[in-house]
Design a protein around this ligand. Sequence first.
Ligand code: NAI
Length: 378
Amino acid sequence: MNRLTWGMIGGGEGSQIGPAHRLGAMADGNFALTAGALDVDAAKGKAYAERLGVASDRAYGNWQEMLEGEKGRTDKLDLVTVATPNNTHFEITKAFLEAGFHVLCEKPMTMTVEEGEEIVRIAAETGKICAVNYCYSAYPMVREMREMVRRGDLGKIRTVVTNFSHGHHATGDDAENPRVRWRYDPAMAGVSGQMADCGIHALHLASFITGDEVRTLSADFASTVSARVLEDDAMVNFRMEGGTVGRLWSSTIAIGRMHGLDIQVFGELGGMRWASEQPNQIHYTRLNGRTEIIEKGEAGLSDEAGRLSRVAIAHPEGFPLAVANIYVDLAARIRGQAAGDLPLAVDGLRSMAAVYAAVDSAEQNGAWVDARPPSMRD
Ligand code: NAI
């Protein structure tokens, strides 16, 4: 089968997320990197694209040039990934969707709820795929957890406890590092720091695994490093539509924690835990039973967990392959084949509504507020 053509905006040399997209898109031979505007520095971006094998006439200095150069081509790109800092996601995603491209956008999809509503509308009107890179939902054992909830292994779900905390921004020493600076600058990050950067991954997982959506929330935000405007530590209590109670902690000042995303789900008949640093295992305990470790690759797992694993039991299968799973389902959808669930613009919109609700609640000393996008309220 021919490879699909793929363009990338952002994710330049030295960026955090760029390599995961390149490894992910190319892991299964579905996509070939064909065009790019990879860096805020035009010359650097072009040179890097060419080193990655992009033809010089498709290595662009910025995304506007890329849009102009690509939109009229007969061999139009099959997919464009947006992996720039947050403040550019909306305009780039909107422009490429409107020009007839499928888009995979990094999270957070937009800077405001209104922009989120607009992207959902444009994706529906154009019929183009707009996926959002909630890649943790594509880990095989996260899919297994969702299946366990669906099957009723845990009974009715009572609580979800999740956190995404690291200690990499525990001081202000690297405030001028270009990879850190934008994350606390409201003009580039938006109304929230850590909640919008990492907390929304945890919140998305809570919804994805339980099959339920956040309805209301109460938040407490702290900005603990002086001169930081946006929060670097957030605690959010939430209630889901089906009555599940949620607890979420997200922090950048948790010294000693490296990439502390984990999620625990507790139902009437059992509980389970998954952590991104040990992604091959689910710790599962039945009511009155001993704790079992369910291992990726063992017999009897769900079809989804099997479909999305590549390497044999006990071999580490990590972040780039979770991103690859997003690209596998994107490729299938683009080719009109059967595909698994993809995180879509509607998920990006829900996240933005929850971020704004958390900011609003934190400003009101933790008042409970509606966390749903206006278009999804009763
Ligand atoms: P970064 O600061 O490490 O890299 C940003 C890259 O984008 C750089 O190469 C920069 O030169 C380039 N860039 C900036 N403005 C640009 C523009 N206008 N046009 C073209 N290129 C431009 O940032 P990082 O950490 O890679 O984050 C990028 C995005 O990915 C953010 O929205 C972030 O929230 C998201 N992200 C998602 C993750 C996930 O797990 N899904 C993990 C890390 C980041």
